[in-house]
Design a protein. Sequence first.
Length: 319
Amino acid sequence: MDNGPAPRTVAELGEFGVIERITRDRRASPAESIGPGDDAAVLAAPDGRVVVTTDMLVQDRHFRLDWSDPDDIGHKAIAQNAADIAAMGARVTGFVVALACPPDTTLDFVDRLNKGMSDEAARADGAIVGGDLVQAPILVISITAMGDLGDRAPVLRSGARPGDVVAVAGTLGRSDAGWAALRAGRRDLTDVIDAHRAPRPPYAAGITAADRGATAMSDVSDSLLADLGHIATASGVAIDVALSALADPVLDAAARELEADARQWVLTGGEDHALAATFPPDVALPEGWTTIGRVEAGAGVTVDGAAWSGNSGWQSFTV
């Protein structure tokens, strides 16, 4: 049976042909004066400071091709970097993408990956301004994101003070629940699976938090407990979380279906890329932020006044 011509691959088109293909109809960043095509891009930095972060996704470690479409992988790759920029109280100006892939990777796969990245970059109000393409035995995506503070002070992890309130913007635990659903073969649990495949961080909430006087902030990439732990350690304080403030009917429904504990997902699940921040007690929280706890004197993170036993979140060098 003739199935027609085989899909074209990156090896057939070549490095520069693929680069030309994926930049042909590219959206430009508002901060960009020179984009792809020269040895480097040039971005405006009106604030005089540049916020920079980088992150990497490795096939079968951070995503699986049988679980995620290339569009979703692209969204996720950009989201985890843009969330770090937002967590500093900055606005994204541009992304540089380095892609390593096998030579038999199809052009359709690269097109869809690029579309996912480009769409999420636009949602973060930025654009892909350059990058690199190399051959590798598996798919690896490395992204550097840049941002501008707009004359704000960066919101660090080290500014929380006793008496501050702890708040979050975005959803928590749904990515971990989606991972559990995929492992269980429950592809019908689309609310949580979609959150795992392509998180949607609340980018604008980082800027509104900075404008409202947030004293410390982090994106929730490793887990709520782990990332609040980073704030507590950097600030030399304790943080207590109220579990009742984290209730999520979507997680509760998924937990019933999977016979799991929704509390574990919301406290120790990673890759939601929500934002967690601390605010002075006399500040009205910006829209989209919900109070979940309080900063106290001491050290560490507790839940309803008690230590949380067991796993506390993602670590890169665990199985």
